[in-house]
Design a protein around this ligand. Structure first.
Ligand code: PRX
Length: 631
């Protein structure tokens, strides 16, 4: 059996054998990689013992599979094309051989700084090629990377560095996002005031704005790398050793550091990339995500490089200098595969088709969607105007925790249906749960989406807190992994993700916990309590609605709201700013003190016709006040 699936009947036979002979199925796929020592056992552990292992006893280094093994056949092939924020300002490309050399150099730099296997290296960076190099070098020396999205605040960065006690921080002087300059180094310096574990901060020049360099701690990337050797023998890693930590929001508490491992993640990232996108050797693939999110880890960094593909990496935003930037880049680089988020599609859709039609998009073969449900209108627009009804759309459902794509069409192979992620990838066993915690049988049902068996890419734990891992994902339905998503399985057995069923919002494809935003708002001196809910937003998918109870009625409400926004920016970052804020005298609560979020959601949605039974509330009168003051 070939690992590349070429037809629907091959998909069916892959799927069948992944279910019936799980171990031999994944064992055969894993044989394609370079292992320093073959594994002893393909898979062990389950969703009860939560001691999940894949390719146990196997020894490898993922970067040998991403880089070294391509050198002979594809050394001179472009690995990455790079485009900076300003058109034509930073155009740059790297072949596999050049990328390999850069990664080896930075591996030597990190090693000389005393970074060892198992140490944590944090990246707080712009989308620049050095980020890719740095992440791969970290993996090459056996250390663990933790990339923090460059839009998070200094407090959020500090929290993540502290949680995994990172030894090194790699950052930029600054970055440009659209018309804005973001002073990354300044934000990082603020964070480092509270991060005693950081020994060195390595700064990559990008915006060329002046920065302060702290003696003994801050060093320049270009000084370090100048004389470093371009050779570095990759460190031997156990398949189950951690490869990276990536923080994501949940419905409660602080963000969780999900831990992904070297062997299983590699096999799953590669296998999903190969089959979902069906990229050919001469293609140019472009994923518009940021490496600070899981999509950028698996489908900018590891998946494409494991498959020896040429990719495009882009620093900027879709709307700068105008809303034609994506289409310009597709034409300029001959992009064949575009993988982006519904929020970007909706934002560009709102700008009409003039800018689209100015460009030749005939290189495109496959379109992808990720991060949030794609509404039918956006799907149709993408299909008609970008794909010219000639490019399959792969609507890929997955999560930070799953490591790779889970429910998805295979491009050109699976018949697509607007708004449906369609069918499970081989190895994935989705089930839908009813209100009694039992699996729905048959088709034409809706329920909570769970996964019934493990797959190689599953996150193994939450860094430093295995108990929280168990509680968060495996306690709602014992023996199952609970995704937090609602889902419909239609009469054809196709899956459509309907959105989160927990207190997690999805704002412009960014996952944000309501509790995190509430905690930030509550830090304002004049706030007693707040409640956050998501509401449908035309461009962002979901917007953030805040109900806020004040200690004293603010004299200047506009000023108060500005201060609240400032708090959220300070504690989390601009991505978590509420779109609407309503100052209220109370919140609808049950007699046991629980906030009735259902009512708050309805009011935020502007749908107050049927609020259900409110007579059991501790304070039923509050509902009218909320309705009257709704924004
Ligand atoms: O609610 C689902 C939504 O994004 C959540 C995962 O967010 P995150 O861990 O940040 O990873 C995003 C990128 C993989 C899911 O629980 N989601 C992701 N992809 C889709 C989606 N919802 C609907 N359709 C999708 N294709």
């Amino acid at each position: 059996m070939e690992s590349r699936i070429k037809s629907f009947s091959e998909y069916e036979s892959h799927y069948g054998s992944s279910m019936q002979e799980q171990e031999s199925y994944w064992g055969k796929i894993a044989e394609e990689f370079v292992w320093k020592k073959k594994w002893d056992k393909v898979h062990s552990g389950n969703f009860n013992d939560l001691n999940i292992k894949w390719f146990e006893g196997g020894k490898l280094n993922i970067t040998e599979n991403c880089l070294d093994r391509h050198l002979e056949k594809r050394g001179d092939k472009i690995a990455v094309n790079y485009e900076g924020n300003q058109p034509d300002s930073l155009k740059h490309s790297m072949t596999y051989r050049e990328l390999h050399a850069e990664v080896c150099k930075f591996s030597n730099v990190l090693t000389d700084l005393g970074v060892k296997k198992g140490d944590r290296v944090c990246f707080y960076m712009a989308m620049v090629p050095e980020l890719l190099v740095g992440v791969l070098a970290t993996a090459r020396i056996g250390a663990i990377h933790s990339v923090v999205f460059g839009g998070f605040s200094s407090q959020a960065l500090a929290g993540r560095i502290q949680d995994s006690t990172c030894k090194i921080l790699v950052t930029n002087d600054g970055t440009f996002r659209g018309g804005k300059h973001i002073a990354l180094k300044g934000i990082a310096d603020e964070a480092l005031k509270n991060c005693p574990s950081i020994e060195k901060s390595i700064v990559v020049k990008r915006s060329f704005q002046p920065v302060e360099m702290k003696e003994g701690r801050d060093i320049w990337w270009h000084d370090q790398i100048r004389d470093a050797s371009p050779k570095f023998d990759a460190v031997e890693m156990d398949a189950e050793d951690p490869l990276f930590i990536l923080y994501t929001s949940g419905s409660t508490g602080q963000p969780k550091g999900l831990v992904h491992t070297c062997g299983g993640y590699m096999v799953y990232a590669s296998q999903t990339f190969k089959n979902v996108f069906q990229v050919e050797q001469d293609d140019t693939y472009w994923c518009t995500a940021d490496i600070g999110w899981i999509t950028g880890h698996t489908y900018i960094t590891y998946g494409p490089l494991l498959n020896g593909v040429s990719t495009l990496m882009f620093e900027g935003v879709p709307t700068y200098p105008d809303a034609g930037r994506f289409w310009e880049l597709i034409e300029k680089y001959g992009v064949t595969h575009l993988y982006t988020a519904p929020t970007a599609i909706r934002a560009l859709m709102a700008k009409g088709t003039d800018l689209v039609n100015k460009r030749n998009l005939s290189s495109l073969k496959v379109l992808g969607s990720v991060g949030e449900p794609i509404n039918e209108e956006a799907w149709e627009w993408y299909n008609k105007n970008i794909g010219k009804e000639n490019c399959p759309i792969v609507d890929t459902w997955w999560q930070t925790e799953t490591g790779g794509i889970m429910i998805t069409p295979l491009a050109g192979i699976t018949k697509t249906k607007p708004t449906f992620a369609t069918l499970p990838f081989p190895g994935v066993e989705p089930v839908l749960m009813d209100e009694n915690g039992k699996e729905y049988q048959g088709n034409g049902v809706s329920g909570n989406l769970c996964l019934k068996r493990s797959w190689p890419g599953i996150a193994r734990t939450i860094y430093g807190d295995h108990e929280r891992y168990k509680q968060t994902y495996f306690s709602t339905y014992p023996g199952y992994y609970f995704t937090g998503d609602g889902c419909l399985r239609d009469e054809d057995g196709y899956y459509r993700i309907t959105g989160r069923v927990d207190d997690v919002m999805n704002v412009s494809g960014h996952r944000i916990g309501t509790a995190e935003v509430e905690d930030a708002i509550n830090m304002h001196d004049n706030v007693v309590e707040s409640a956050i809910v998501g509401y449908p937003h035309e461009i962002k998918g979901q917007g953030i609605y805040a109900y806020i109870i004040c200690q004293e009625t603010p004299k200047d409400e506009a000023l108060f709201k500005k201060e609240v926004l400032g708090k959220v920016i300070e504690v989390i970052g601009p991505i978590a700013k509420p779109d609407k804020m309503q100052v209220v005298s109370g919140l609808p609560k049950t007699r046991s003190g629980k906030i009735m979020r259902r009512i708050l959601r309805k009011i935020a949605e502007g749908d107050t016709s049927n609020l259900g039974d409110t007579s059991t509330l501790l304070n039923p009168a509050i509902v009218d006040e909320l309705k009257d003051g709704a924004i």
